[in-house]
Design a protein around this ligand. Structure first.
Ligand SMILES: C[S@@+](CC[C@H](N)C(=O)[O-])C[C@H]1O[C@@H](n2cnc3c(N)ncnc32)[C@H](O)[C@@H]1O
Length: 197
C-alpha cells in the first residue's frame, strides 16, 4: 500500500489555500486588513498575505499556530498569528475590512454562534465583509461537522449584517478528489439600524 507521510494530518490540511478563498481573492473581494478566524496551519492567511493584504489570523490550537508560524518564515508577506478565541473577537485589537472563516463557524454550537456574532459586530468595520465556508446540508452522510443551511445563515446574521451571496462551493478534503459540499456565504456589516435595541 502507498504510504501517506501526512496521514496524521486532519482532513482539511490540504497543503494549499482552499479554492473558494483563492476565487474570492481573484475576484477582488478581499480587502485588508483581513482577519482569518480559525486559521489552522495558516494556508489561507499566508496566501492572502502573499497577495499583498495585511492579515491577522487566530486559532486556539497551539500546534496549528506553531506550524503556521514555521510556514510564515518561508513565505512572502507577513501574517500575525495570534492565539485567540473566536468566541471573544472583541478582545482583539483592531477593526477589519474582511473576516474570513474556513471551517471554524461550522464547528460551533448554537450558543457559541451567538457569541461569535457579537464579536463580529465589533471587529468588522461597517461596510466590511465576512466570508464563511461551511459544510452544507447537501453533503450526504453525517461524517464531520453538522451541516448548515442558507436559511440558518441568513437568520443568524440578520442583526447588523446583510447576506450578499450564498454560493454552492466545495470544502476541499485531503486525499479526496471531489471534496465536501459547502456554502460560501458572504455578508456585509451594515451596523445596527436606527430603532434596533
Ligand atoms: C476545519 S479547521 C480549518 C482550519 C483552516 N481554516 C483551514 O482551512 O485550513 C477549523 C479550525 O478552527 C479552529 N477553531 C475551532 N474553534 C475555535 C475557537 N473557538 N477559536 C479559535 N479557533 C477555533 C480549530 O482549532 C481549527 O484549526
Amino acid at each position: 500500500m502507498h504510504h501517506d507521510p501526512h496521514q496524521h494530518l486532519p482532513p482539511w490540511e490540504i497543503g494549499r489555500p482552499q479554492a473558494a478563498f483563492v476565487k474570492l481573492a481573484d475576484e477582488g473581494r478581499i480587502s485588508g486588513p483581513v482577519l482569518d478566524v480559525g486559521c489552522g496551519s495558516g494556508e489561507i492567511a499566508l496566501f492572502l498575505a502573499s497577495r499583498g493584504h495585511r492579515v491577522a489570523a487566530i486559532d486556539l490550537d497551539e500546534t496549528a499556530l506553531a506550524a503556521a508560524r514555521a510556514k510564515a518564515s518561508q513565505r512572502s508577506g507577513t501574517v500575525e498569528f495570534i492565539s485567540a478565541d473566536a468566541l471573544f473577537l472583541e478582545s482583539l485589537d483592531g477593526l477589519f475590512k474582511t473576516v474570513i472563516d474556513c471551517g471554524c463557524f461550522h464547528s460551533l454550537a448554537d450558543t457559541e454562534r451567538e457569541f461569535y456574532l457579537d464579536g463580529l459586530r465589533q471587529v468588522v468595520a461597517v461596510g466590511g465583509m465576512v466570508h464563511l465556508l461551511v459544510l452544507s446540508e447537501l453533503e450526504p452522510g453525517n461524517y464531520g461537522p453538522r451541516r448548515v443551511t442558507e436559511r440558518e445563515l441568513r437568520d443568524l446574521f440578520d442583526d447588523g449584517f446583510v447576506m450578499e451571496s450564498c454560493q454552492p462551493a466545495v470544502f476541499e478534503v485531503r486525499g479526496e478528489r471531489v471534496g465536501a459540499r459547502a456554502w460560501l456565504a458572504s455578508f456585509m456589516h451594515v451596523g445596527r439600524t436606527v430603532g434596533q435595541a
